[in-house]
Design a protein. Structure first.
Length: 557
């Protein structure tokens, strides 16, 4: 997506903006575990295409019925900052893009999809770095030639990935981009990438929709219904939609496979002015089954999908087979602090109190019930998550939890020109981790196995928080011999009751559990267990201040 825009940088800004419609694919604490719902994403009935005229071309016939491996994805963010001066931290320009990877277990179960994502990532990375090279050159030239350098604003391009659907049949990825290269405003948009999970094939629209004429009519009707205030700008709409849908235009529209059907997306300037923004319409399988190819199927079990804050989400929220419109609108105080969030369902406002700098909302279906989970980024990078039940056009708060939904993540890399960190893609409520800042023994990030039950509650499976790998540097040293137990690294069962951590041992935090349990890992791999009283200050072991026992313990504010 972005590369189609950025290759135009040497031209005038007006021409760059005129090309912004490039959105085609070449551009994109209860510790007792309750019973889970009986049906999950992985139990969706396998559908194969037996019609020789169907466009899926028997993509699903090779589904390995013996494979029960969940689809899990990790998102890798890479970024680079170039500064105005060699010794300055005032940025000239920056680039940020994301890649999507299968978990190691899922790679083995879905090799074709793994190969397809490797190719996708390779192209994303090459395109981003190519366009960023041009951005650096242009930004440097503009800055160096500026008479008043205080008027120069940082140039940038940014991309982020949202997973809209991930089950045994389809993977749909939305790549959002935004850039600024001077002038009155930047550009933005989204691109869709849709894959058959078993074959790894990147799907075309005609693989999923067989009646393009019918689709054009439905899209047109929905555009006027949803964006009526801009109707006068939608000139020659029939011809425009036909060209975009069939790829006859220079740039095609983007589309995404959703749990209920597909979304069709038009970028800025494709149908109207910049003020008209982007347009997205949802085509529901239950409403228009005649448009879809034989073999297309909805997600019938539990799932989670990202809600795009720009566009909201259209889905069958109450199971009646019709489209509901859900928008998540943060409200800000005089600064950049969010103090309320409005859940707008089919035009009905539900204003709730919420506090933070940034929100990440997710739609979650569990046991036939619909919930919205909202992650809030707060001061000092602390995060909390709130859950809300959708009941008709009304939102009811279920609970509030310290931390955020995540997974086991690789170690970040902040030591090179291109920094890299990882985050999880939340696609299923049945097997997740809750991440949180833990202030026991030392400040660190811990993750605990969790799930979401049919009441929309975020439940811990065993109340044990593993320290993330990047807390594993052995930077703490014992000052004296310390009485401890030894536990097995995998089962966490005690293997030796009366052990001693020798003085001078270098250790790191391994994990924390209920009843003051703190497990620490020595350089030789031994896991020692001590009991840390943490409900008062200072924290103590057997009545002794832990800072008298260990050197290098740090607590963040």
């Amino acid at each position: 997506m972005k590369k189609n825009i950025m290759k135009m940088l040497p031209l005038s800004l007006a021409l760059v903006i005129a090309c912004v419609g490039c959105t085609n694919k070449d551009g994109n604490k209860d510790v007792n575990k309750a019973d889970k719902a009986d049906t999950t994403i992985d139990e969706v009935e396998n559908v194969t295409d037996e019609d020789s005229n169907a466009s899926n071309e028997d993509e699903h016939e090779d589904v390995n019925e013996s494979s029960n491996v969940d689809l899990k994805f990790l998102i890798q963010n890479k970024s680079c900052y170039i500064y105005k001066e060699e010794d300055s931290y005032d940025p000239l320009c920056h680039d940020s893009y994301e890649l999507i990877h299968l978990s190691d277990e899922a790679k083995a179960a879905y090799p074709a999809l793994s190969d397809a994502l490797d190719a996708f990532n390779k192209k994303q990375e090459e395109d981003s770095k190519e366009s960023f090279s041009q951005i650096q050159s242009d930004a440097r030239e503009w800055y160096d030639s500026a008479d008043d350098k205080s008027t120069f604003y940082e140039c940038y391009q940014e991309e982020n990935i949202e997973v809209l659907r991930a089950d045994k049949h389809y993977l749909s990825v939305r790549v959002n981009f935004e850039d600024y290269m001077g002038g009155a405003h930047g550009t933005y948009g989204s691109g869709g990438y849709n894959f058959d999970v078993k074959s790894g094939k990147e799907l075309e629209l005609l693989d999923v929709i067989t009646d393009i004429d019918g689709l054009r009519t439905v899209v047109k009707d929905k555009l006027f219904e949803k964006y009526g205030e801009y109707a006068e700008e939608f000139t020659d709409l029939d011809a425009s939609i036909s060209e975009y849908l069939t790829g006859k235009a220079d740039q095609g529209c983007s589309w995404f496979i959703t749990p209920d059907g597909i979304d069709v997306y038009f970028g800025i300037y494709m149908l109207g002015s910049y003020a008209a923004g982007t347009q997205t319409v949802s085509i529901m399988y239950d409403e228009n089954p005649e448009l879809f190819a034989d073999g297309f199927c909805k997600v019938e079990g539990n799932y989670a999908e990202t809600i795009n804050v720009w566009d909201g989400l259209s889905s069958d929220l109450d199971g009646d087979g019709t489209v509901d419109k859900l928008e998540i609108k943060p409200e800000y105080d005089e600064g950049e602090w969010i103090n309320k969030v409005d859940f707008v369902i089919n035009g009905n406002s539900n204003l709730v109190e919420a506090y933070g700098y940034e929100i990440k909302p997710y739609l979650v279906k569990v046991g036939g019930n619909t919930f919205v989970f909202v992650e809030m980024l707060e001061e000092n990078d602390y995060r909390m998550t709130a859950s809300y039940r959708i009941n008709g056009n009304v939102v009811e708060k279920v609970g509030e939890y310290n931390g955020y939904i995540t997974d086991v993540l690789p170690e970040p890399d902040y030591g090179s020109e291109w920094t890299s960190y990882w985050r999880s893609a939340f696609v299923s409520p049945d097997d997740i981790y809750l991440g949180d800042t833990v202030q026991i023994f030392c400040t660190h990030t811990g993750i605990a196995k969790a799930y979401i039950n049919e009441n929309g509650e975020l439940m811990l499976s065993d109340n044990y928080y593993y320290a993330l790998k990047y807390n594993s540097e052995k930077s703490i040293t014992t000052k004296t011999d310390i009485a401890a137990m030894i536990v097995d690294k995998d089962s966490l069962e005690v293997t030796e009751e009366n052990a001693t951590i020798p003085s001078g041992t270098k250790i790191s935090i391994f994990g924390t559990g209920p009843n003051n349990v703190v497990d620490i890992e020595a350089e030789d791999g031994t896991i020692y267990r001590v009991s840390v009283k943490s409900d008062d200050w200072p924290q103590t072991i057997d009545g002794e201040d832990i800072e008298n026992l260990f050197d290098g313990i740090l607590f963040a504010g």
